[in-house]
Every structure is written in structure tokens, then in C-alpha cells.
Design a binder for this molecule. Structure first.
Ligand code: HEM
Length: 243
């Protein structure tokens, strides 16, 4: 084989790696921007007035919580703060450049991220009985809360054991669950509009239909996508032989 013939496939592989890297960066930027928008919208909404005032304006789900016990209202605010912080910090953890150049910052922000996940998750269990999707919400959001904490715990355990590939895989799963907050607010209006246009239902009925699918739809597909990403990067997965 000539040198040219050997050089050709090597440069082809380099180009393919570059293309993959560019696609990965574009995906991460998109995820980061969408996450920041949802975090900013949540903070802006719930910081703009009391739950009673927001309920009167029919803003967010404030009407559900305006007459709830003080402990539940406090848990809602804690949940929003924890969830928003997780959405704002999470995407940065996946930047290879930041991870390798600023290792200490990666560690510190990772700890704050996981603290926010655990606090947000615990608070969501307090507001769970008041959720607007009834038992489907208890099952769907409840499972999400448990998995959100569990995947974070597995990520920490792997990092402490210096099993960095396993750590990356668990963090991908964990962030795909944080991203449920974005998908909840994407699926619900899409399904509601689709349902209303097919059935002619009014806005309240269409929202209620969509919101009863959302507690599972907001995170199950995310986890499947996470598993596809994990396999594409050859990271350890129970679905991959030998891991
Ligand atoms: C991933 C795990 C999460 C779980 C298990 C969870 C669970 C819940 C539950 C049960 C509710 C009450 C919903 C209802 O009343 O029907 C809720 C509301 C809310 N959550 Fe989460 N959540 C999660 C992540 C997040 C994140 C990352 C954010 C960041 C913005 C967030 C922001 C909110 C907001 C703003 C509300 C108030 C309802 C609204 O106006 O949309 N959540 N969450």
C-alpha cells in the first residue's frame, strides 16, 4: 500500500472525528440555550409576585399552589431554585475544554449542580401530592424524582472511584433527566394544540389531556436518547455487551 493510500483513510477519520465534534458542540449549545431559557422563565415567573397574584393572572401552575400549606409553597420555591440552578450549571459540565483546562472549577460546579439536583428532587417529593396530573403525576414525576437523585448518586460514586467513563455515562443520564423540565414545557403545548385541532376540545380540556401524558413523556424518551449517546461514545452501559 502506498503512503498516499494510508494517509487518505487517516485524514478521512480525522475529518469524521471533527464533524462528530462539531455536531456534539452544536447539540450541547442547543441544550444549554433551551435549559437557560426555561430556568430564566421559571425564575422570572415565580419571582414576579406572590402565588396569589400569579394565580389571579393564571400564571404557570400558581393557582394549584396558592392555597396549599406554607410548607408545600416553600417546597415549590425550593424546587424551582434547585431545578433552575441545575439547568443553568449542568450543560457546562459536559464541555471537554472546561473539564480539562479548569478541572477544579469542573469539580466545584459539579458539586453545586448535584446539590441542586438533590435539593430540587427532595422538594419535588413534597409538592408531588399536589401535582395537577393526579396519580399519573405521582407515578411519573415520582419516578423521575427518584431517578434524578439516583443517577446523580451513581455519577458521584463513579467519580470517587476514578471510573471516569462510568461517571460521564451517569452524568449524561442525570442531565437527560434535568432536561425533563424543558421537554415538559415542549410536549405539553404541542400535544394540547394537536389534541384541540383534532378533537375540537377547548383549551382547558386540551391542556388537561396533554398534562396527563407529560409526567412520563417528559423524561422516558430523554433517557433513551441518553443511552444512544452513551453507546455512540462507547461509554459503559448495561445495554452494551460486557459492561
Ligand atoms: C427532573 C426532576 C423534576 C421533577 C421530578 C419535578 C417535579 C415537579 C412537580 C411534581 C411539579 C408540580 C407539577 C404540578 O403541579 O402539576 C413541578 C413543578 C415545577 N417545576 Fe419541576 N420537577 C423536576 C425538574 C425541574 C427543573 C429542572 C426545573 C427548572 C426550571 C423545574 C421547575 C418547575 C417549576 C417552575 C414548577 C412549577 C410549575 C410550573 O409553573 O410549570 N422542575 N415539578
Amino acid at each position: 500500500m502506498t503512503n498516499a493510500a494510508i494517509a487518505q483513510p487517516a485524514s478521512g477519520r480525522r475529518k469524521a472525528r471533527k464533524r462528530q465534534g462539531a455536531r456534539g458542540r452544536a447539540g450541547l449549545i442547543t441544550v444549554g440555550v433551551l435549559s437557560a431559557l426555561i430556568a430564566a422563565a421559571s425564575i422570572a415567573t415565580y419571582a414576579s409576585g406572590s402565588l396569589q397574584r400569579l394565580a389571579a393572572e393564571d400564571s404557570g401552575l400558581a393557582s394549584v399552589y396558592a392555597s396549599a400549606p406554607a410548607a408545600v409553597q416553600t417546597a415549590l420555591y425550593v424546587h424551582i431554585a434547585g431545578g433552575s440552578l441545575a439547568l443553568l450549571l449542568g450543560p457546562w459540565q459536559f464541555s471537554r475544554r472546561l473539564r480539562t483546562r479548569f478541572t477544579r472549577a469542573h469539580r466545584v460546579s459539579g458539586r453545586i449542580y448535584l446539590g441542586a439536583v438533590w435539593i430540587g428532587s427532595l422538594a419535588s417529593l413534597v409538592i408531588l401530592p399536589y401535582n395537577s396530573a393526579g396519580w399519573v403525576g405521582v407515578a411519573g414525576f415520582g419516578a423521575l424524582a427518584v431517578l434524578w437523585s439516583y443517577t446523580g448518586y451513581r455519577a458521584v460514586r463513579a467519580a470517587r472511584g476514578r471510573r471516569l467513563e462510568e461517571h460521564r455515562a451517569w452524568m449524561i443520564r442525570n442531565y437527560s433527566l434535568s432536561f425533563a423540565a424543558v421537554m415538559l414545557r415542549t410536549w405539553t403545548p404541542l400535544i394540547a394544540v394537536g389534541y384541540a385541532s383534532v378533537t375540537g376540545a377547548d383549551a382547558d380540556a386540551a391542556f388537561s389531556f396533554a398534562y396527563h401524558l407529560a409526567p412520563f413523556l417528559c423524561w422516558v424518551p430523554n433517557l433513551l436518547v441518553a443511552e444512544v449517546i452513551i453507546r455512540a461514545r462507547n461509554l459503559p452501559s448495561p445495554l452494551t455487551k460486557g459492561s
